[in-house]
Design a protein around this ligand. Structure first.
Ligand code: HEC
Ligand code: HEC
Length: 221
């Protein structure tokens, strides 16, 4: 019972928009209820709760060593702030144009959850300073997904091109083949099959993967 209650309150904190959360916070009744429940939730507990509830919407996670420029300030900030609720998000999940909106949404959550002593005590969420947030965003944009300019590729309507298009645009913009060399693409595709498995997307069979790989290699940098 006590565990359930913690889960539910945790869920509300995550899912409520600013208004929902503020009204929850300012309601003495619900506050008293929360306090009475003795609700401390550590970070691991919170992460696994999030996974159970919204697994498919969360980043599948990259190994910190696989991040581009892993020693840079931006990579360190990412590995500090962006793993507090879910796995480490790779910069390739979004284009440079898309990142500001995503980072803004995440920052609102962090500011909200670190802003009140009560919330910080419950979840121990840390929020970045403005300068840190800027460095984070710059890092994500620098290494963002490079979207393919479809007008430059006449062979996108061949069977191989179509397979590449439908398979590789399910989670992010269709990748520009020129962002990797021929030698680099196999490992990227391998990692993508793991992303597909953990994000609940169908994993293409070997033959399909090879077709996609040769399409990418044909246009690689
Ligand atoms: C306070 C908890 C929290 C923190 C800290 C957090 N996130 Fe998230 N993140 C969420 C939740 C909840 C979702 C799922 C709902 C959604 O997409 O808004 C999510 C989903 C995502 C997604 C997948 C959805 C999408 O739009 O692509 C990405 C990418 C992401 N977060 C990136 C980040 C980055 C980058 C940071 C650090 C700047 C960060 N998150 C920090 C809670 C958090
Ligand atoms: C199930 C969702 C999903 C699908 C489908 C998917 N990707 Fe990704 N992709 C991701 C995620 C998540 C990241 C960021 C984490 C990472 O880099 O592993 C990413 C990052 C990337 C990156 C940038 C990182 C790098 O190493 O350059 C490239 C390029 C990429 N994907 C190519 C592809 C290709 C090609 C396909 C089709 C075979 C594909 N993706 C299909 C989820 C997906």
């Amino acid at each position: 019972m006590r565990r359930n209650r913690t889960l539910i309150i945790g869920a509300v904190l995550f899912l409520a928009g600013a208004t929902g959360l503020m009204s929850l916070y300012s309601s003495p009744l619900s506050m008293a209820g929360m306090m009475g429940g003795g609700m401390m939730m550590d970070r691991d507990g919170m992460k696994s709760m999030m996974k159970e509830m919204m697994g498919a919407q969360l980043p599948p996670g990259v190994d910190p060593n696989d991040l581009p420029e892993p020693q840079s300030n931006g990579a360190q900030l990412l590995a500090r702030y962006c793993v507090q609720c879910h796995n480490l998000p790779g910069p390739g999940m979004h284009t440079a144009e898309e990142w500001p909106r995503v980072v803004d949404r995440m920052n609102q959550r962090m500011q909200m959850m670190s802003g009140h002593n009560m919330m910080r005590m419950m979840h121990g969420i840390e929020a970045p300073e403005d300068s840190e947030l800027e460095a984070l965003l710059a890092y994500l944009q620098k290494h963002a997904q490079k979207p393919m300019d479809k007008t430059l590729y006449k062979d996108l309507n061949t069977p191989a091109g179509k397979l590449f298009d439908t398979t590789c645009s399910q989670c992010h913009a269709l990748p520009d083949p020129k962002q990797h060399t021929s030698d680099e693409w196999p490992a990227v595709i391998q990692r993508m099959t793991r992303n597909m498995a953990s994000m609940g997307k169908p994993v293409p069979n070997q033959e399909a993967l090879e077709t996609i790989l040769s399409y990418l290699q044909k246009h690689a940098k």
